[in-house]
Write a protein that binds this ligand. Structure first.
Ligand code: FE2
Length: 249
C-alpha cells in the first residue's frame, strides 16, 4: 500500500484544487443545462416561455456589439421560436384573448414581451385581412406562423425617385425590388433585417396567428421614421420584380 506523508498530500491537492477551479464554469453550465431539462424544457425539448425569453435576451444583447450579424441572429432566434412550447400558459392565454377578440371582430395584436432590446408579439389576422407595405427602420424582424396561412411579400428599397418634406408632411416616390413572395404555413418563418427585405406586406388566406420578434422594438423615434407605401399593382415595364411605390400617409 502507498505510504502518503503530509507534503505529498498537499502536492497532490493543490493542482487538484486548481483543476476543479478551472472546471467550475463548465460544471456550472452542465448544472444549468440539467436544471433546464428538469424544469424549463419539456421532454420533447420544447422550451418553456421563461427559458425561451432568457435565450432570446442573451442573443438580442449581442446587437450592441460592433460585429453583430443580423442574419445569423435571425437564424438563431428562429430556431428558438420554433422550439417554443406553444401550449405554455403565457402563449395559450394570449391565444385565447386574441380568439375572443376575433369573435368580436377586433383583430389586432397582443404584446407578450417588450424590453429595450426586443419585443415579442402575437398577431392574429382574420381571413383576407391585410397589413399594407411598411418598413421597419433600423430593425430586425422574425415572424413565425403559429397557425393558419398567410401570403408574405418583402421588398428592398431599389431607388428613390423623389422625396420631400413640407411643413412636416412627407411625400416620396420610389422603386422597390420584390425580394420575397411566399406563403407561410404553420412552422414557417419569414425574416427581415435593417438592410434586407425591410419592407413587407401580409395578407391572410385563413385565420392566422403569428409570433413576431423585433430587435430592437419600436420606440417613439423608430415609429416616427417608419413609412407606409402604396405600390402599383404591376411591376414597371421590362421588369418582373421592380414596383413603383409612393409614400402613404
Ligand atoms: Fe411589419
Amino acid at each position: 500500500m502507498d505510504d502518503y506523508n503530509r507534503r505529498e498530500f498537499i502536492k497532490t491537492t493543490v493542482p487538484g484544487l486548481l483543476g476543479v477551479m478551472l472546471s467550475l464554469p463548465s460544471l456550472c453550465a452542465l448544472a444549468t443545462r440539467a436544471n433546464a431539462c428538469n424544469g424549463r424544457l419539456k421532454s420533447d425539448q420544447s422550451m418553456h416561455w421563461e427559458a425561451f425569453l432568457e435565450a432570446v435576451a442573451k442573443e438580442a444583447a449581442k446587437q450592441h456589439l460592433d460585429k453583430w450579424n443580423e442574419e445569423e441572429y435571425l437564424q438563431k432566434i428562429a430556431r428558438l421560436t420554433k422550439s417554443l412550447y406553444l401550449e405554455d400558459p403565457v402563449i395559450s392565454q394570449a391565444m385565447e384573448k386574441v380568439a375572443v377578440r376575433l369573435k368580436k371582430g377586433w383583430v389586432d395584436f397582443h404584446d407578450l414581451e417588450k424590453n429595450l432590446d426586443f419585443a415579442v408579439c402575437l398577431l392574429q389576422f382574420d381571413v383576407n385581412e391585410v397589413i399594407k407595405p411598411h418598413n421597419h427602420p433600423g430593425m430586425t424582424g422574425m415572424i413565425l406562423c403559429a397557425s393558419g396561412e398567410i401570403h408574405a411579400q418583402n421588398y428592398d428599397m431599389f431607388k428613390t425617385i423623389e422625396e420631400k418634406e413640407i411643413d412636416g408632411a412627407r411625400t416620396g416616390k420610389y422603386l422597390l425590388h420584390q425580394s420575397l413572395d411566399c406563403t407561410l404555413r404553420k412552422g414557417d418563418v419569414s425574416t427581415l433585417t435593417s438592410q434586407a427585405r425591410n419592407i413587407h406586406t401580409l395578407k391572410a388566406k385563413a385565420v392566422t396567428q403569428l409570433i413576431d420578434i423585433f430587435t430592437p422594438p419600436y420606440n417613439k423615434e423608430r415609429s416616427e421614421k417608419s413609412c407606409w407605401y402604396e405600390l402599383d399593382e404591376a411591376p414597371v415595364a421590362g421588369s418582373k420584380t421592380i414596383y413603383e411605390a409612393h409614400l402613404k400617409d
